[in-house]
Design a protein around this ligand. Structure first.
Ligand code: AN0
Ligand code: CP
Length: 317
């Protein structure tokens, strides 16, 4: 594998899951494969899990790691070509990317949707420039439209906890006070569409995801109905995708908050969320603290998904 930005880059998911289980059983089995190789992690946005789990995964493989927070210590980067650079940005991304490529062997990039232009976001303008200009393998640590390391960890987690061959998995929108990208739900849907699970998406009207991500999922506007018989509830907020509403908050209706009454409507479902989560907005304290909440093992699997991805990139260097 050279680049990793979406589910298709990983190839056969069953063999990726087998590799994940192998790595989980012995994280240090391949501790020489990254010797004298350097990972550069570039963050345009904040992170707790991605930063720590990806760095840990790289260390498990014997890699060296450098972390750069653009906006905190690096020069602010201009991203538009043709701009007269007389403002607050001293460096252009067109020089910065090839320079960064000089100092490392693999590049991870976190660059969220900027909500200035839906075409730019859905064209993955930033991460594609890294792919085109760095000369290095590039992987997504959440780009504008997807968060594949998260979705891979989510799939590993569902496989570990499922009690049926084909569980019912429900992606549920929930309220949030700030504008959030569609990357996590898009990506989760993209990965679920590659499984044979029963997959349902529930959200208020107006929050439809892009059709290429919805795929063959059932969309159910009644959250209570969607929860019936569910084995996994995957909660997430996102802002609107459609038309003129792109990047807008259309609802903060607390009726969509996931509480224990709603969870009781499921088939004793596990509760999942990528974190960070706002308590008593997305879900209540008691759901998050219940034995059915698997948000911590889900986060722990981020180390495993990152390690499979890095191992495969190293094998192809
Ligand atoms: C981000 C998002 O919703 O995409 C990152 C989640 C992993 N969340 C926030 O910005 C709070
Ligand atoms: N889930 C996730 O990617 O968390 P961070 O934003 O903290 O990295």
């Amino acid at each position: 594998m050279r680049h990793f930005t979406n589910v298709h880059d990983l190839g056969n998911l069953k063999s990726a899951l087998r590799e994940a289980a192998e790595i989980k059983a012995d994280k240090f089995k391949y501790d020489q494969s990254g010797k004298n190789k350097t990972l550069m992690m570039i963050f345009f946005n904040s992170s707790l899990r991605t930063r720590l789990s990806t760095q840990k995964a790289a260390m498990n493989l014997g890699m060296n790691v450098m972390v750069l927070d653009i906006n905190q210590g690096a020069w602010k980067l201009e991203t538009e070509r043709g701009v007269v650079m007389d403002g607050d940005k001293p460096e252009h991304i067109l020089e910065a990317i090839p320079v960064m490529g000089c100092y490392c062997d693999v590049i991870g990039v976190r660059a969220f949707a900027r909500f200035e232009s839906r075409d730019d976001d859905y064209g993955e303008k930033i991460i594609n420039q890294f792919i085109d200009l760095s000369g290095r393998p590039v992987f997504s640590m959440e780009a504008a439209t997807r968060h594949p390391l998260q979705s891979f960890a989510d799939l590993i987690t569902i496989e570990e906890y499922k009690k049926k061959d084909k569980p019912k998995v429900v992606l549920s929108w929930a309220p949030h006070p700030k504008v959030l990208p569609q990357a996590v739900p898009n990506s989760f849907a993209e990965w679920m569409n590659e499984t044979d699970y029963e997959f349902v998406i529930t959200h208020p009207e107006g929050y439809e995801l892009a059709p290429q991500f919805v795929g063959k999922a059932d969309v159910e506007y009644d959250q209570w109905k969607a929860f019936e018989g569910a084995d996994f509830i995957y909660a997430k907020n996102w802002s609107a995708y459609s038309g003129d509403n792109y990047g807008k908050i259309l609802s903060v209706d607390p009726a969509w908050t996931i509480d224990s009454e709603k969870m009781a409507h499921t088939d004793n479902a596990y509760f999942m969320h990528c974190l960070p989560i706002r308590r008593n907005m997305i879900t209540t304290d008691d759901v998050l603290e219940s034995p059915q909440s698997i948000v911590i093992p889900e986060a722990a699997n981020r180390e495993i998904s990152a390690q499979v991805v890095l191992k495969r990139i190293l094998e192809n260097l």
